[in-house]
Write a protein that binds this ligand. Structure first.
Ligand SMILES: *[C@@H]1O[C@H](CO)[C@@H](O)[C@H](O)[C@H]1NC(C)=O
Ligand SMILES: *[C@@H]1O[C@H](CO)[C@@H](O)[C@H](O)[C@H]1NC(C)=O
Length: 194
């Protein structure tokens, strides 16, 4: 099992290294421009969609080292990387919850559904990254949208029965938002480059 989850990371890391432009400015200039582009991008995306969280966007893209991602391409890759990392961590969380012995049969079935959704989502994100890198933006958008849908489907599974509280609300929210960031940036690029 393990190598299935690690190989997308390796892939993305490699792509990330290949794509990241060599810094040719001073670090302080890069910090300013990275902050600036993050700020502008998060603002624009928040204006386009009511489900989009500006604060989440700023705080998740803030974790990027200053020497990276001084353009929209880089930000899109980072968004997908963060989504990939998040989904991978959530798979571990779900496996832990499944083995914790604290859920009834209904919740266990839902958790297993979520495990499948997240496992598929990992593959879909990697496909999305590949499509993005080959500039098949509309394919990348479909892939990233499917990931958002997976998070929604997982969350809604728990809501079908009254009184059941989803143990994955935060995880689903995180994956939804990270995918939404990627989707919005890919969309902006598709408008510019077509
Ligand atoms: C982002 O831009 C707003 C104004 O549009 C500004 O008030 C804020 O300080 C900026 N934040 C960062 C992190 O640069
Ligand atoms: C998921 O991503 C969000 C935003 O980047 C971060 O705050 C959170 O810690 C991540 N969670 C996991 C489990 O990786």
């Amino acid at each position: 099992m393990k190598h299935i989850y690690l190989s997308p990371f390796a892939l993305c890391f490699l792509l990330f290294v290949l794509i990241t432009p060599t810094p040719n400015n001073s670090i302080s200039t890069l910090e300013v421009s990275t902050k600036d582009i993050t700020n502008r991008t998060c603002k624009r995306c928040a204006e386009d969609s009511t489900a989009f969280s500006y604060d989440f966007c700023i705080s998740s893209l803030q974790t990027i080292p200053a020497s990276h991602a001084t353009n929209l391409h880089g930000l899109a890759i980072i968004g997908m990387e963060l989504a990939l990392e998040n989904a991978t961590n959530t798979i571990s969380t779900i496996k832990y919850l499944l083995s914790s012995g604290t859920f009834d049969r209904y919740a266990l079935v839902r958790l297993r559904d979520c495990l499948e959704l997240y496992t598929d989502a990992i593959v879909t994100i990697v496909d999305g990254v590949a499509a993005f890198l080959t500039e098949h933006y509309s394919v990348a958008e479909v892939k990233v949208s499917a990931v958002m849908e997976a998070s929604t489907t997982c969350e809604e599974g728990f809501a079908e029965k009254k009184g059941v509280v989803s143990p994955l609300t935060e995880e689903n929210f995180n994956l939804f938002q990270l995918s939404d960031i990627s989707l919005c940036i890919i969309h902006i690029l598709s408008l510019v480059e077509y």
